[in-house]
Design a protein around this ligand. Sequence first.
Ligand code: NAD
Ligand code: USQ
Length: 393
Amino acid sequence: MKTLVLGGDGYLGWPTAMYLSARGHEVAVLDSGVRRQYDHELGSGSLVPIEPLVDRVKAWREVSGEDITTYVGDLTDGDVAYHAVRSFRPDTVVHFAEQRAAPYSMIDRKHAVYTQTNNVVGTLNLMYAIAEVDPDVHVVKLGTMGEYGTPNIDIEEGWLEVTHHGRSDRVLFPKRPGSFYHLSKVHDSHNLEFGCRIWGLRVTDLNQGIVYGQETEQTALDPRLATRLDYDAVFGTVLNRFAIQAVLGLPLSVYGGGSQTRATIDIRDTVECVRLACENPADRGEFRVFNQATESFSLVEMAKVVARTVPGGAEVEHVDNPRVEAEDHHFSFAHTALESLGLEPHLLSDTLLTSMFAVIDRHRGRVDLEALAPAVDWRRATDDASTTAAARV
Ligand code: NAD
Ligand code: USQ
């Protein structure tokens, strides 16, 4: 199977590219390198040092004997999407290549517009390229559990059977997300579902929960194959941040009361879920949605797991919530599709956290403590936060 991984230089794209390559896929990666530019813009960076993409690919060839074809380009340029699809002729395109931080999208108008343009236009360009060059290509698109928000009903896998005034229909599950980033994913999902109806595209939308962890079987083979680990308040995600704060002996920063509940997944399951989706494609014209998350926890529960696992324990600190989000809410979601394809989930366990603590401890000297403090305020609407004294960014 030929698989093109868009966003193949990112936190998840790079381990996925290697995982698929190790499982016999002929893999190409495409990336613009923009994630590394956000680091320069924000003055932050990965806790674990990462190699340039070209050196990663070279190291993978040395370690595994397998080649990964590399494309450097920005998907918002339609020619880039067309060129990659025409020249590589993939069976499957795995699409990770988006701006993925909710706080980044909430910095100011410029970052909200950038996020939605980058994500929605990149996906549209990809859809056109596939529809014109080869509509048989299966698109495995990374969506997010946050598309649903926190509805007061159980969350289904993408679709909902509705009976209204005596008539019934199957509709896309109603979405009420909590950031302009999460909204960009909703817009993508609608565009992709439309592409399935008009061009007969085949799409799997993976509504993924918050990923935690840093090592997969392949990244651990050689330090040059490491993937990034973000800890700053813009790109760092909650469990990774708690693990880093715990190792540094800092309190774990629970935003608000901490009863907010979120879906989670281990990075080792992310790569396996993507493989399962690729190797069991959607039908022509089918818009298929899988909830790619294995567990859910309240923020306080996440902090407790980390605090009880880290040697010496950790304090939990409730900080003013910079986001606008429901704290006490219902949260129950279906996640049977990937399990029925054979996923055997790794659950949030002491084993993973212990191996993460060791990785973090090795690189603890690289942490910039200032970058840990939340500085993006959901309530403030401003054109350009760099002109606002209160903003770090
Ligand atoms: P990441 O930022 O580390 O990786 C995304 C990659 O895409 C980066 O290397 C970036 O340079 C590239 N990219 C962005 N825009 C591009 C463009 N226009 N053209 C070409 N390349 C572009 O993010 P990640 O954590 O690996 O997430 C990957 C995907 O998974 C995202 O779509 C994200 O929304 C989704 N996701 C992530 C998580 C998580 O917890 N990390 C959870 C759910 C869903
Ligand atoms: N939070 C804290 N303390 C922190 C950081 C975050 O309590 O130090 C809270 C937030 O308020 C939020 C929750 O933790 O309630 C999750 O925040 P997050 O930054 O870990 O996750 P989120 O913004 O939702 O985004 C991340 C990824 C995104 C992906 C999403 C999956 O950055 O790409 O789409 O997780 S999901 O949340 O299921 O939509």
